[in-house]
Design a protein around this ligand. Sequence first.
Ligand SMILES: [Zn+2]
Length: 420
Amino acid sequence: MSTIDLAQTVMERIEALARISEEPDRLTRTFGSPAMRQANDLVATWMREAGMTVSEDAIGNVIGRYPGREESGKTFLLGSHLDTVRDAGKYDGPLGVIAAIACVQQLHQSQTLLPFAIEVIGFADEEGVRYQTTYLGSKVLTGRFNEQDLKRFDSRGISMADAIRTFGGNPDKLKEGRRDPQQLLGYTEIHIEQGPVLEKKYQPVGVVTAISGQMRVRARFTGQAGHAGTTPMGLRRDALVAAAHFITAVEVSTNDFPGLIATVGQIEALPGASNVIPGEVILTVDIRHHVDATRTSACARLNEVAHRTAEKRGIALDWEIVHEAQSVPCSHELTALLSKAAKRHLVEVTELASGAGHDAAMLGEITPMAMLFVRCEGGISHNPAEAVMTDDVRVAIAVMGDYLLLLGNQLNPLSGKKHA
Ligand SMILES: [Zn+2]
């Protein structure tokens, strides 16, 4: 089968997976659900067809293994997640799993064995929809799983431990899913960009340089609630007006930090009545950058701006960082190899940082990691309108296929490389 057919096959398989949902009229597939059971089973049949032996670990990650030339060799991991958000698009997650299977299928059909084994992993949870905690699948592989999470309950009162048991996993054996970093060569994930950069640059794929670090701030502006009819404008301490000035200042401030992304996505004005001056406003600021130092200094600047804005209006400010994640750089070596493979298919290779988190961020903690982004229409994601072109998938499979061969050549002592 040629690469052309493989890209078509990938698209058809993604369509088939998209029909497996918990909800009749839209795609929703959450951790441990019957839909996930069906998805794992279907993916397992495709893995077997590509010459892999299939297993499932204790949390429900489906894992296909394609042997290497030597039994004792290391393992290279490919994969992405099979769970989705509510009312999801088809490609976020599944593309990375299905395209990886296609790459292995290519090796299998040409009876090529590399100096390392390949495992394709369909992660059981990345989005965190059911238990409001993300990366459940990849956390088990990296040994970062928090056992306390087993006591979490979903909206129907089912504990995570019970959900894992019902699915066919074993909450008591999660530790066994942990991978020994010494046995791993690296991890690489294909994922849709979920942003508009590649489309703007007319590029089918792009090589990721890092997964951006992130901060979430909760800011509370406290003024004085009052009668909207009787309090003159000059005598007000309107928390919402102060917050509004701050919000526009956030946008302006990003100009001073190239690449910075900052968003006020949530705002609550209290008491929230049309005839009352807002006495209190609570808002969130989401701040991201691929360089941690830039992110933290931008956050410090926004904090300063918020205090100045509040002070000017006699408003009290409470500023709390509620979430912080460091950026995860992609492996320099793997990324260079991925770019080299991409150059065989593209005139120009676009490098970009990922603003969204991925399983790769988790895997990057235990093994060298790289990512290949695929252009998606309008940069739209987490939305049923998510769309990817077959031609772009074709390029992604070709790049990934060459990448695996390059990696094999690098490790193969017979590849003609002279050793000092
Ligand atoms: Zn994803």
